[in-house]
Ligand binder design. Structure first.
Ligand code: SF4
Ligand code: FES
Length: 401
C-alpha cells in the first residue's frame, strides 16, 4: 500500500541548495534568476538503443542538427547570460565529429563542461583530445555490472567492455569520473556489484538513478518497474555503502517516484534554473517537454537571443512559479518546494500538465498509480522495445506494446 500522506509527509522546509536563491542578487533576467546549468543535446544519433532513453519518441534527424558555428554561438550566449555548467549530451554526443572543437570553445568562453556519454565510441586518442581541449568532467552511463546482461539492455554487443576500457583511460588522463547506473527491475539486484565497479573504476561519484517513466521508458514501463521490496533493499544497500565509502565515493540515489511520498522537484521547478537545447536548437524546459501538446518552443535559430527566450518564452512561462497551480497544489505548503512535481509526468498520466503530479500522495490519482506500478512490477513482461529511429524495435520480434 501507498503510505498515507498525513502520517509521512515531512515538514515543508525551504531547499537550501536552491540555485536560484543563491544567484538571485546577480540575476541577468528580471524575474527568474540565471539558469545554472544547460543541457545541450548535440545529436539524437546513438549506437545504443536503451529502452529507457530520455530522448523523445520522435527523434530529430542528423540533417536538422545545429552546425558547429551555431553551437559555438549558443555557447558564447550562454556564458554571457551567466550560465555556469554545460552538460554535453545526446543521443551520443561523441557521434558529433566536431565535439573537440565544441569543448574547446565552451572552455574558451568559461563554461564548465561535463560530457554525458555511453563511451562506446571513445578511445585513448579521442579522450586525450577532449581532455586537451579542456573537458572538465566525464559521466559514463552503465547498464549494469554484468557484461552480457548490460549489453542486452544497451542493445549493442560488446558495449560494456568498451565502457570499462574508456572509464579507465579517462581516469588515466585524470578526468573526474561519474558512473551513471540507470536502475530498473532487471538490473537492480546487481546494485552491490555496480557500487564495487564504481570504486574499482576510481569514480568520484556514482549516480544510482532509477528509471523515470517518460517517452521510451513509459513505453517499456512494465518491463522496467521494480517491486517496492526491491526498492527498499536498494535504499538499504545505498545507505550502507555511503557509510562504508565516505570520502571515497559519493553516491546519489534517485528512487522511482511512483513509490515516493512527494514528487521530485523536477528540473528544480519549470523554467527556474535549467533548460535543454535540442539537437535542432529548440529551447526546452526539460528533456520531455515536447510530449506536452499545445506548447510552442522557441529556437536558437530564430531572431531572439537566448536571454530573451529564457525570460519571455511562452513555454517557459506556462508553468513557472505557482500561479498556474490547481488544488491540492495551490494551497499546499510544499508548492514552492517541489513546484507540483513534474509537468511531463502529470501530462503523460492524466492528460493535463496542470494537474498535480500523480507521484504525489496528495494527488487523487496516486493510489491507482502505486497499484499499477506494483502490478506491473510483479506481472510485467521482460522484453524491451528498443529505442531507435525506426520508432522502436521489439526485442526478439515480439509484439510492440
Ligand atoms: Fe503539495 Fe502539489 Fe507538491 Fe503534492 S505536488 S506536495 S500537492 S505542492
Ligand atoms: Fe518535464 Fe519533469 S520531465 S517537467
Amino acid at each position: 500500500m501507498s503510505p498515507s500522506p498525513t502520517s509521512v509527509m515531512p515538514p515543508a522546509l525551504a531547499d537550501p541548495a536552491d540555485g536560484v536563491a543563491v544567484l538571485e542578487p546577480q540575476a541577468a533576467t528580471a524575474a527568474y534568476g540565471i539558469p545554472l546549468a544547460v543541457l545541450a543535446e548535440l545529436t539524437h544519433r546513438c549506437p545504443l538503443q536503451c529502452p529507457y532513453c530520455s530522448n523523445p519518441l520522435e527523434l530529430e534527424r542528423a540533417k536538422e542538427e545545429l552546425t558547429t558555428a551555431e553551437w559555438q554561438r549558443v555557447m558564447s550566449e550562454l556564458a554571457d547570460l551567466g550560465v555556469l555548467q554545460l552538460h554535453l549530451s545526446g543521443g551520443e554526443p561523441t557521434a558529433r565529429r566536431d565535439l573537440v572543437k565544441l569543448v574547446r570553445h565552451a572552455n574558451h568562453v568559461g563554461l564548465y563542461t561535463n560530457l554525458i556519454t555511453s563511451a562506446v565510441l571513445l578511445n585513448r586518442d579521442s579522450l586525450a583530445a577532449l581532455a586537451d581541449a579542456g573537458l572538465c568532467h566525464i559521466q559514463i552511463s552503465f547498464q549494469g555490472s554484468m557484461p552480457e546482461a548490460a549489453d542486452r539492455v544497451a542493445g549493442l554487443n560488446g558495449a560494456h567492455a568498451k565502457k570499462i576500457a574508456a572509464a579507465r583511460i579517462a581516469r588515466d588522463l585524470d578526468l573526474p569520473l561519474t558512473v551513471n547506473a540507470v536502475i530498473h527491475r532487471q538490473n537492480i539486484d546487481q546494485l552491490p556489484a555496480i557500487i564495487d565497479m564504481a570504486v574499482d573504476l576510481d569514480a568520484d561519484r556514482l549516480e544510482v538513478a532509477n528509471v523515470q517513466y517518460y517517452g521510451w521508458a513509459l513505453k517499456n514501463r512494465a518491463a522496467l518497474m521494480p517491486t517496492p521490496a526491491q526498492v527498499e533493499t536498494a535504499v538499504a544497500i545505498v545507505e550502507a555503502a555511503r557509510k562504508r565509502l565516505a570520502g571515497t565515493l559519493v553516491i546519489d540515489h534517485v528512487i522511482p517516484d511512483y513509490y515516493a511520498v512527494r514528487p521530485k522537484k523536477c528540473m528544480g521547478g519549470w523554467g527556474r534554473q535549467f533548460f535543454n537545447i535540442s539537437p535542432s536548437g529548440k529551447i526546452l524546459p526539460c528533456h520531455a517537454a515536447e510530449t506536452i501538446t499545445g506548447l510552442h518552443f522557441d529556437s536558437v535559430r530564430g531572431n531572439r537571443s537566448i536571454a530573451w527566450i529564457w525570460q519571455h518564452s511562452e513555454a517557459l512561462n506556462r508553468f513557472r512559479g505557482t500561479d498556474w497551480m490547481r488544488e491540492p497544489c495551490q494551497s499546499c505548503a510544499y508548492r514552492e518546494i517541489d513546484y507540483g512535481g513534474c509537468r511531463c509526468q502529470a501530462f503523460a498520466l492524466t492528460g493535463d500538465a496542470a494537474n498535480t503530479d500523480p507521484a504525489c500522495t496528495l494527488s487523487p490519482r496516486h493510489e491507482r498509480l502505486f497499484a499499477t506500478a506494483e502490478h506491473e512490477a510483479t506481472a510485467g513482461a521482460a522484453e524491451f522495445v528498443y529505442r531507435n529511429f525506426s520508432g522502436g524495435t521489439p526485442e526478439g520480434g515480439g509484439r510492440q506494446r
